[in-house]
Design a protein around this ligand. Structure first.
Ligand code: NAD
Length: 521
């Protein structure tokens, strides 16, 4: 007899659209107009399947033109956050008894629905967080990939797990869900990460309170509506936008919450980890925290590298989506033998980057996400000008949207602040290394360990980097961004997180616990 998993087509990544096909470009323009026509729409909380309006609202603004209110969500109070956790706890009692096949089918259906609405979701990301068209489509393609991948993974985990046979006993081990999870995603992969974290939690039989980032709450509202549209039972996913410090802390420390799935900054991740560690009255478990956090990612360029390829890889890794990826290259570590040539070529390449409104198909770099980001990145640029030599960018573009030039600061010391702290914007530090050993030493000198890349034509250097370059995702002769679900299980070491691998075969284990049963014969 074939198992369910064997009857399902093998997982395949979605193809990311380049929009070079004029038909795709036309559809995208129509979708942008359709999303604009919905500007100002209001999205309530969803608690136990009921829509709940609040007086207090969160406004999600278009960073390219902050006068545009992309949408408003209700903002959950402490009482409503408590109600959401209680609803999730009630729903868990029946949801945990559904079969993995049933739960996987919801993910397959959700993937199908997202495919049919792909251009609308793409357009929403362009307008809500300032992604260029291909970046937005990459984000939605990844969201669909997570749904398809985790559905198959849940079916795989539902298969029998071999245990060593023992005479006189019948033994088995199964994976069961944990309980209620607080799902707290960031705004930067507002589609993919929000969908992936939610999907992984529910397909394994848990129920969820989803607290989106205030900068990207509308896409989360769309997705929660989609889940209810396809019949996910009420209470399984509860939607509570709200302040991190008020309801974030509350859901993290709530005694009925069994686990927290968080992606975001190191500071907030560490705070959550600490809060979750303290047992509350009535709490019966040690909470599990899955925290995927920041990065300070390096691309090392060895003396023997193909310099043109390295320049291209550094430029797209540093400035794609304005450098607002946890995997973005924020440090290029370049061998002194090719340093000057590399810098000249990089400067010329960066000069070609277009900055502007991402709803225009020709734009490569859009705005940074909000006013706070504009200010803090601006402060780092000022620090960087003192710590090194500004060779490109450095200024704001225009006055209305939150646009910044792609900025390159050369001759930066390995221990300078802009070499060490996550800036999360279009700012690249270039560091000169004496030789390959020195470059490797610099590459490992931060507290993070998320992604890294090495450009070289020397296999020995590749072997050395495999041993010593301490990052969760290491690439050779390619950019440091653009991990694909299944192909590049993603997540970092050290202060980059709790060593999980989203989109990998062991990810769903983080949302389950194993139960062993032995029957005497
Ligand atoms: P952030 O830490 O500011 O916010 C992340 C989420 O936490 C948001 O939903 C926010 O509302 C919530 N939050 C804030 N305070 C909270 C609290 N006290 N309790 C509970 N929740 C709280 O991060 P961000 O600006 O949204 O995202 C950018 C960061 O995310 C960067 O550091 C980036 O490197 C990181 N990131 C990491 C990965 C990864 O896979 N490792 C992926 C994407 C982004």
């Amino acid at each position: 007899m074939t198992s369910t998993i064997e009857r399902i087509a093998p997982f395949k990544n979605e193809v990311i659209k380049t929009f070079s096909d004029p038909a795709d470009a036309e559809k995208m323009k129509a979708a942008l107009a359709a999303v604009r026509a919905r500007f100002g729409e209001h999205y309530p909380l969803v608690i136990d399947g009921q829509k709940v309006e609040t007086e207090k609202k969160i406004r999600s603004l278009n960073p390219a033109n902050p006068d545009d209110v992309v949408g408003l969500t209700s903002s959950a109070s402490k009482e409503q956050a408590n109600a959401a956790v209680e609803a999730a706890a009630r729903a868990f009692e029946s949801w945990k008894r559904t079969t993995p096949q049933e739960r996987a089918n919801y993910l397959f259906k959700a993937a199908e629905m997202m495919r049919t609405r792909r251009f609308d979701y793409d357009a929403l990301l362009v307008l809500e967080v300032g992604k260029s068209w291909p970046e937005a489509d990459g984000d939605i393609a990844e969201a669909i990939d997570f749904l398809e991948f985790y559905a198959r993974e849940a079916l795989r985990y539902a298969e029998p797990h071999p245990v060593v046979p023992m005479e006189g006993e019948q033994n088995e081990m199964v994976y069961i869900p944990l309980g209620v999870g607080a799902v707290i995603p960031p705004w930067n992969f507002a589609g993919a990460i929000m969908v992936g974290m939610t999907a992984a939690a529910i397909v394994t039989g848990n129920t969820v309170v989803l607290k989106p980032s205030s900068d990207s709450a509308i896409i989360a509202a769309w997705f929660v509506d989609l889940l209810h549209e396809i019949g996910v039972p009420k209470g399984v996913v509860n939607f509570i936008p709200g302040s991190g410090s008020v309801i974030g802390d509350l859901i993290v420390s709530h005694p009925q919450v069994r686990f927290i799935s968080f992606t975001g900054s190191k500071e907030v991740g560490l705070h959550i980890n600490e809060l979750a560690a303290k047992p509350q009255p009535g709490q019966k478990w040690i909470k599990r925290v899955v925290a995927e956090m920041g990065g300070k990612d390096s691309i090392v360029v060895a003396a023997d590298a193909d310099i043109d390829a390295a320049v291209e890889g550094v430029a797209v890794s540093a400035f794609g989506f304005q450098g607002q990826k946890c995997s973005a290259c924020s440090r290029a570590i370049v061998d002194e033998k090719i340093y000057d040539e590399f810098l000249d070529k990089l400067k010329a390449r960066v000069a070609k980057i277009t900055v502007g409104d991402p709803s225009d198909q020709k734009t490569y770099m859009g705005p940074v996400v909000n006013e706070g980001a504009l200010k803090s990145i601006g402060e780092y640029i000022e620090i960087g000008k003192k710590e090194g030599r500004l060779i490109a960018g450095g200024k704001r573009v225009g006055e209305k949207g939150y646009f910044l030039e792609p900025t390159v600061i050369a001759d930066v010391a390995p221990d300078a602040r802009i070499s060490q702290e996550e800036i999360f914007g279009p700012v690249l530090a270039v560091i000169k290394a004496k030789n390959f050993d020195h470059a490797m030493e610099i590459a490992n000198n931060t507290e993070f360990g998320l992604t890294g890349s090495l450009y070289t034509t020397d296999d020995k250097k590749i072997e050395r980097a495999k041993e010593d370059f301490f990052v969760g995702n290491l690439y050779f002769n390619r950019k440091s961004t653009g991990a694909f679900v299944g192909a590049h299980p993603f997540g970092g070491f050290n202060m980059s997180g709790t060593d999980s691998k989203a989109g990998g075969r062991d990810y769903l284990l983080l949302f389950m616990q194993a139960k062993t049963m032995s029957r005497k014969l």
